[in-house]
Ligand binder design. Structure first.
Ligand code: IPD
Ligand code: CA
Ligand code: CA
Length: 263
């Protein structure tokens, strides 16, 4: 990684955050990709601006964006211009942009933000994981996952696939019930990216997500790893950018969680 790549990611995340702040509370251009999968004009505008910044700063890199950008390259920016669109479309303040830089399945740089809470999160490989105010003007705080080892003292977040008829969705409902019984409690937050940041920041112990794509995870996964956490698929195997079922933990409870997720 180079520090410059991280600065580029942060610049793009800040620009998208500004657009989200300008339009929050007044979502326009709502379209349905499927029955409950929405996209707004803000998602598209954020992707446009992010791609503009990434192309001008790193013209040799590829870009994959949720809203359709697909430029090949050895190193590829993986972009979720607005993670938490369902929240955004209801003016529920928990959403933000997320960007990761990948070489194959290795994430080199990750940055994401919660503009409505004035929080920026970023990490680069082997350099640690940090949070700061949105404009990165204060002194960054180094992130560290919790050391909690007991499930009943652990707080979880969860993510579900959009297709409520899918077997994956039904399996996740069964797992959600189990997780609620065994944990302190489990949330369904509506943002994969911010859930990852929350594991890294030690606010929650685990994020259990089914049906996620690379753009949901690429920006935040490195945050967790650099903060000392662990990420695999539900079987406990290493993740790739094709993984759809993600288990993210503080590391300490990981093996217990793999057991718990077995159906
Ligand atoms: C969604 C969110 C949500 C997760 C969904 C994702 P989007 O991303 O991360 O928490 O459960 O699977 O698709 O559509 O808001 O970018
Ligand atoms: Ca997403
Ligand atoms: Ca999105």
């Amino acid at each position: 990684m180079s520090v410059d790549d991280l600065q580029v990611a942060i610049k793009a995340v800040i620009r998208a955050s500004e657009i989200i702040l300008e339009t929050f509370g007044n979502p326009t251009g709502i379209e349905y990709k499927s029955r409950v999968d929405v996209v707004t004009a803000t998602d598209k505008k954020c992707e446009e601006e992010i791609v503009h910044i990434l192309r001008s700063e790193t013209p040799d890199y590829g870009i994959v964006g949720e809203e359709g950008t697909n430029i090949p390259g050895e190193k590829v920016w993986i972009v979720d211009p607005l993670d938490g669109t369902t929240n955004f479309s209801h003016s529920y303040p928990f959403c933000g942009p997320s960007i990761g830089l990948c070489e194959g399945n290795t994430i080199l740089v990750g940055a994401l933000a919660d503009p409505l809470s004035n929080e920026l999160f970023f990490a680069s490989k082997n350099q640690g994981s940090y949070m700061n105010d949105l404009y990165n003007e204060g002194e960054p705080t180094k992130l560290q996952v919790t050391k909690t080892s007991e499930l009943h003292k652990s707080l979880f977040s969860s993510g579900f696939p959009h297709n409520k008829e899918s077997q994956r969705f039904k399996n996740m409902i069964e797992r959600f019930i189990r997780l609620e019984y065994e944990s302190h409690s489990i949330r369904k937050t509506g943002s994969a990216a911010l859930s990852l940041a929350y594991v890294a920041a030690g606010r929650i112990e685990s994020y259990v997500a089914s049906g996620q794509y690379s753009w949901d995870m690429a920006g935040g996964a490195l945050l967790v790893e650099e903060a000392g956490g662990k990420i695999t698929n539900f079987e406990g195997e290493p993740y790739t950018m094709e993984t759809r079922e993600w288990l993210v933990t503080n590391g300490v409870i990981h093996d217990k969680m793999v057991e718990l997720l077995k159906l």
